[in-house]
Design a protein around this ligand. Structure first.
Ligand code: GLN
Length: 197
């Protein structure tokens, strides 16, 4: 049974913990650097990336997490979590870990009222489309080398991607009852692949 941390500083962390437990993983909230010890992977949830980033710095977790992820520690970043993993961010103030070679734009689909839901084909999850919830979501605008795009909107905008041990999504897989994105992450935890950046 893998032991997965969920960064629990702000945002939708409880939902991630519930899904991971439902899938048989041990899921623990993480706020302090020492709580990263003994984990098999971590989820950085959606929320407000500036707030999460500031709190990460405040609790001194930023350098440890960056080092771990750069060395192959598996991570799933959703929405704000994706922003916090990207190497370039438009509309931010410098809290990202910069471990994945993608450029993202914050709030790229508009404001809260422009949030939307869409049935998205995600081939690595199987034939059935995934009901994806976008809430003030970021857009992936640049894709570096070695990045595998997992899902695109009908207009070709990439909204989920993987690089070795890192998987990101613009949307919130923790807000639906579909557990396939988390199952995919738990498989990745076993893969021991590493993102070359
Ligand atoms: N708009 C938020 C940000 O820029 C992300 C929104 C979300 O995680 N649902 O941090």
């Amino acid at each position: 049974m893998p032991k997965i941390g969920v960064l629990a500083l702000q945002g939708a962390f409880i939902e991630h913990i519930k899904i991971l437990e439902q899938l048989g993983a041990e899921a623990v909230p993480v706020r302090l650097p020492e709580e990263l010890e003994g984990l098999d992977g971590i989820v950085i949830p959606g929320g407000e990336s500036t707030t999460i980033g500031k709190l990460m710095q405040g609790w001194n977790i930023t350098p440890v997490l960056k080092e771990l992820i750069s060395n192959g520690f598996p991570v799933l970043g959703t929405c704000a979590g994706m922003i916090l993993l990207a190497s370039q961010v438009t509309g931010t103030n410098g809290y990202s870990l910069g471990v994945m070679d993608i450029g993202v734009k914050r709030n790229a689909f508009g404001r809260q009222v422009d949030s939307f839901e869409v049935d998205l084909p995600i081939p690595v999850l199987g034939e059935e489309p995934f009901h994806a919830v976008f809430i003030r979501a970021p857009r992936i605008e640049n894709i570096g080398t070695d990045i595998q795009v997992l899902a695109k909107l009908p207009d070709e905008t990439p909204v989920a991607a993987r690089c070795g041990n890192i998987v990101v999504a613009s949307f919130h897989p923790e807000l639906t009852s579909d557990t396939r994105m988390h199952t995919y992450f738990l498989r990745l935890v076993e893969d021991r692949e590493k993102c070359k950046k």
